[in-house]
Design a protein around this ligand. Structure first.
Ligand code: SF4
Length: 301
């Protein structure tokens, strides 16, 4: 394969094969490629006029879970600097673009875990409705792959963490039966933990939530009875306390108050379930949590 033959073939508007393209990539000097490209350009656009397009880059959101190591732009969900561009901002930026002769928006953004297809459809529709002349150059392949993944995982709706965890569980990622890889015994749970723990590590001031469900099955007056407690608490922006520290910490201070108020007089070491056997103590702790907006509800069946 010779470079001049390939240049000649390209100059005659003949398609190059994959192998010829790879050969050019590895061996052709850039200046020679530029020369051939310029000759082709002259043949196709003989008037020699140079044109350009004025467009503006606008980021749809800086929230991203792709975690590209080189990226200094993205913010994790819940980060104080995270944003989703709103319509007033689009309007201002588009009006400025039109004023300076621009006619295109290049919309790029992070892989937001909650923004699925409908969000983008609505956003683009609204922009086109208000600015019909503006061209939208949007969504690169990784963004489309991400949106498709969100849609597929939940039949068109965004997936929840619960759904993802169930899918992982069903796929065997949490199994505890060990198997041998390259001479080492390992369980899927150990393997999954290694992979996921660093990804799930909470960042400073990252919003999170705590969910707990307690189901008690028994009988009352000879009839089967199920009592269910559901607890949900979220990161508190005002105090910057995580839900986990709120639900565990307030439970501890509630226990201290039981002692201070002489409601619990036993001596020795008592786990919570024994303290909770006393209905007054149990109700006190639950009310204490509710007053601090650690939400729970109880239902009987
Ligand atoms: S996908 Fe884009 S925004 Fe997200 S981390 Fe990678 S480079 Fe950054």
């Amino acid at each position: 394969m010779q470079l001049p033959d390939l240049y000649q073939k390209a100059s005659a508007f003949e398609f190059l094969s994959l192998e010829e393209g790879v050969f050019l990539y590895h061996h052709a000097p850039l200046s020679e490629l530029m020369l051939v490209a310029d000759e082709l350009r002259k043949k196709q656009v003989p008037h020699g006029k140079v044109t350009w397009q004025i467009d503006r880059n606008v980021n749809t959101t800086n929230v991203c879970i792709a975690n590209c190591k080189f990226c200094n732009f993205y913010r994790i969900p819940g980060h104080p600097e995270a944003y989703i561009t709103d319509m007033p901002t689009y309007r201002r930026k588009i009006e400025e673009t039109l004023k300076w002769g621009g006619d295109q928006l290049l919309l790029q953004g992070g892989h937001h875990p909650d923004l699925g297809l409908q969000f983008y459809v609505d956003t683009f529709k609204q922009i086109k409705k208000e600015f019909p002349s503006i061209k939208l150059h949007t969504l690169g392949p990784p963004e489309i792959a991400h949106i498709t993944k969100l849609s597929k995982e939940s039949g068109g709706e965004k997936s929840t963490y619960r759904e993802v965890l169930i899918a992982l569980k069903e796929a065997g990622f949490f199994n505890t039966d060990s198997f041998r890889i390259n001479g080492t015994d390992i369980t899927p749970l150990e393997f999954t933990s290694r992979l996921l723990v660093s990804e799930w590590k909470l960042g400073p001031e990252e919003e999170e939530f705590t969910v707990m469900k307690v189901i008690i099955k028994g009988a009352r007056n000879g009839k089967p009875l199920t009592v269910q407690y559901d607890l949900l608490d979220r990161y508190d922006n005002a105090s910057k306390l995580s839900s986990m520290s709120r639900t565990t910490g307030y439970t501890c201070t509630a226990a201290v108050n039981l002692i201070l108020k002489n409601m619990f007089l036993e001596k020795g070491v008592f786990p919570p379930e024994l303290v909770g056997k006393d209905k007054k103590c149990f109700d006190f702790v639950l009310e204490y949590l509710a007053r601090r907006k650690v939400n729970w509800k109880v239902s009987n069946n």
